[in-house]
Design a protein around this ligand. Structure first.
Ligand code: ATP
Length: 436
């Protein structure tokens, strides 16, 4: 194989993502919007599959976790109880010369700006997005777009406990959009103001919290590896006690080695009884459950694996992406290969008539119908040279191309067979249409 490069700088990768319909800047015709991104025809398929994979592992394959889809705009009292209106803040500082803004905790040298200028005094900047409900914009009508999906889970805990026939330990999972007015968004989809979270709150007896905390760290790390993230690009970062959020009894982040350095994909936290106790106090509703063994009531503790859909997909794409300057066989044009796990590829297969002629087109379209009826997502492409069509599929990670050629339709040994081309090896073999 020729000189291949994985992602070293983001530039080429970002250009590929746009060119191939994966991800691009939002509202581009108006010059875009800072750190807002849209997922194109290929990207949305991958993102949907990633969310479905999480849902399958976390909810559908287990007896002890149920799902939820709660509202984005909750009663503002939820965010008072959770502490978000007071303390969901980042320390904001301004370069006194350039007026550029920074998050103080993200500056290597906190005494001056990266340009070497003096900084303003830090101000607490609240990350919640404010909005107003109804026609009047006053303090009575203030509401917030959710800053995390888990509060929707906590406020529904008792309701779900009662209707789902679950017993402690059990979990509630949710995927959905969250909003944070980040001071310094950036690094493509890594930090945006609107993003999607996959969060699961696992409610346990206090004396079993440590055991479940460790179990979830192990299980979540394994999940990323199972979706093609390279183990050597993952590490666990255990937060030192002094840095823990006030409610946390322990937090471990799963970090990925992004081209710009290590960054969090998911945090696993032992939140104790902080959330349910806070909502019990503020709402006046009992959040405790009855322990049959000890005949006492208690507020469950929570172990929370909280990940981001956008960051997970970004890591998976980065680890699957390779560029070959002189082509994979070192004899031609530059090529890009996305060796994404077939589970997350936008298309299960592409069906290509060798040339746009009957009866090849008819047979190819019949094959498309057949594969679709089996639940496969199939891309049909009939124009352009076959080599180019293969390369286009390689670039978006389609694992197989089925080519209908003259041998498929002519009398002979290969009648009713098609060529299967494998994305990663470029190997081709003939198989019977029947067997597909
Ligand atoms: P960070 O320290 O990077 O700001 P966080 O620790 O505040 O993240 P959590 O509140 O633990 O993040 O949220 C859980 C997950 O949600 C994160 O691990 C990340 O994958 C995702 N996430 C959080 N903030 C953003 C963001 N601004 N853009 C994209 N994804 C995000």
């Amino acid at each position: 194989m020729s000189d291949k490069s994985a992602v070293k700088s983001m530039e080429e990768f970002v250009a590929w993502a746009k060119r191939r319909g994966v991800i691009w800047q939002s509202s581009e015709i108006y010059g875009g919007l800072g750190s807002s991104y849209d997922y194109g025809p290929v990207g949305v398929e991958m993102k949907n599959r990633l969310k479905a994979a999480w849902w399958k592992t976390m909810v559908q394959e287990r007896d002890d976790i149920v799902g939820l889809d709660s509202a984005i705009i909750l009663n503002p009292k939820v965010w008072e109880a959770s502490g978000h209106t007071d303390s969901f803040t980042d320390p904001l500082v301004e370069d006194l010369v350039t007026q550029k803004r920074y998050r103080l905790d993200q500056l290597k040298d906190q005494t001056k700006s990266p340009d070497g200028n003096p900084l303003s005094e830090p101000k607490s900047f609240n990350l919640l997005f404010k909005t107003f409900i109804g026609p009047v914009e006053d303090s009575q009508s203030v509401a917030y777009l959710r800053g995390e999906t888990c509060q929707g889970i906590f406020v529904n805990f008792k309701q779900i406990y009662e209707v789902s026939r679950q017993k402690i330990p059990f979990g509630i999972a949710q995927i959905g959009k969250s909003f944070r007015n980040e001071i310094t968004p950036g690094n493509f989809t890594y930090r945006t103001r609107e993003f999607e979270q996959m969060e699961m709150e696992f409610f346990v007896k206090p004396d079993e919290a440590d055991k479940w905390y460790q179990k979830w760290i192990d299980a979540r790390l394994e999940w990323y590896v199972s979706l093609g993230v390279k183990r050597e690009n993952l590490r666990l970062y255990k937060h030192p006690k002094a840095d823990l959020a006030h409610y946390s009894k322990g937090t471990t982040d799963i970090e990925y080695k992004f081209p710009w350095g290590w960054g969090e994909l998911e945090g696993i936290a032992n939140r104790g009884d902080f959330d349910l106790a806070a909502h019990q106090k503020h709402s006046g509703k009992d959040m405790s459950v009855f322990d049959e063994e000890t005949k006492t009531k208690f507020i469950p503790w929570v172990i929370e694996p909280a990940g981001g859909v956008d960051r997970a997909l970004l890591a998976i794409l980065l680890d699957s992406w390779q560029h070959f300057e002189k082509g994979r066989k070192a004899d031609g044009e530059a090529e890009t290969l996305l060796s994404i796990t077939p589970k997350l590829a936008a298309y299960d297969a592409a069906v290509l008539p060798l040339v746009k002629k009957e009866p090849l087109v008819k047979v190819a379209k019949e094959l498309v119908q057949k594969l679709r009826s089996q639940g496969k997502n199939v891309f049909y492409d009939e124009s352009g040279s076959i080599g180019r069509r293969y390369r286009r599929q390689d670039e978006i990670g389609t694992p197989f191309c089925y080519t209908v050629d003259f041998e498929t339709v002519e009398v002979g040994d290969n009648k009713n067979t098609v060529t299967v081309r494998h994305r990663d090896t470029m190997e081709q073999e003939r198989i019977a249409l029947e067997s597909l």
